[in-house]
Design a protein around this ligand. Structure first.
Ligand SMILES: [Zn+2]
Length: 250
């Protein structure tokens, strides 16, 4: 769970000459702690954004066994996506929350998804060891973030996973960038305004998860407080709320 962004000074805007993005993260809620505010404004502008979740976050609620938790969190993630205009939400099978492995199987699944959706932009969550400061990141985020960065090249290579072509998934070399949210080394800023209340609704849609996290707090209040802190801290330099990304070129 990202907890705030640094304030590194003025950052340039993200490139805007793209139409389709695929956001790939480890868990339900990974996109809702900031990135969703930018995603809401991008879908409002007519861009096509799709979500791929590597797990259903089934190990995320202490009092709920994984089998039950997976069902709840998948439904909450679909509701969260709908609040920001994302209609396509897919979940991988075969990767377990908390112990996602940095394996050829994960790379193959992500390469297949990139070929299926053919995005120009990939979006993911912090792949680095820490959040801002010294807050230690989790293995799932590090592993998935790095695998997403690798998937741009994997999707374009005919020979790394040759079985994908025989499944009807032709190579796709059209990914131009990966934007990493929550990175301690942001390079670009997406200023947000109208997307903020929709991002709050999107985070609040993780009702069961938030009630477990903060039992005494109303989920919507928790979401609004958290996002106001995260998005405002991001841009003291602009005086406007923003989502910060570390952008990689492919
Ligand atoms: Zn997560």
């Amino acid at each position: 769970m990202p907890t705030g962004n640094p304030s590194p000074g003025p950052l340039p805007p993200l490139p805007d000459d793209w139409q389709r993005a695929l956001a790939v993260v480890a868990h339900p809620d990974d996109l809702e702690y900031g990135a969703a505010a930018a995603i809401a404004e991008w879908t409002d502008a007519g861009r096509d954004i799709r979500y791929l979740l590597v797990t259903r976050g089934e190990a995320g609620i202490d009092g709920l066994p994984p089998g039950d938790c997976a069902v709840v969190r998948e439904a909450e993630q679909r509701a969260a996506a709908a609040h920001v205009g994302v209609r396509t939400v897919e979940f991988l099978d075969g990767h377990r929350d908390g112990v996602i492995e940095p394996s050829p199987a994960l790379r193959r699944d992500l390469a297949a998804a990139v070929r299926r959706h053919r995005p120009e932009l990939l979006i993911t969550l912090n792949h680095r060891d820490t959040w801002a400061g010294t807050h230690w990141n989790t293995p799932d985020h590090r592993i998935v973030g790095r695998a997403v960065l690798d998937s741009a090249a994997d999707a374009g290579n005919r020979w790394i996973f040759p079985e994908l072509a025989s499944e009807g998934l032709a190579p796709w070399s059209g990914v131009r960038w990966t934007a990493v949210a929550g990175s301690p080394r942001p390079t670009h800023a997406a200023e947000v305004d109208t997307g903020i209340p929709r991002a709050v609704a999107s985070l609040a849609a993780h009702t069961t998860y938030l009630r477990a996290l903060a039992p005494t707090e109303d989920p919507h209040t928790h979401a609004r407080t958290t996002l106001n802190r995260t998005l405002t801290t991001a841009t003291e330099h602009h005086g406007r709320p923003a989502v910060l990304f570390e952008l990689f070129a492919h």
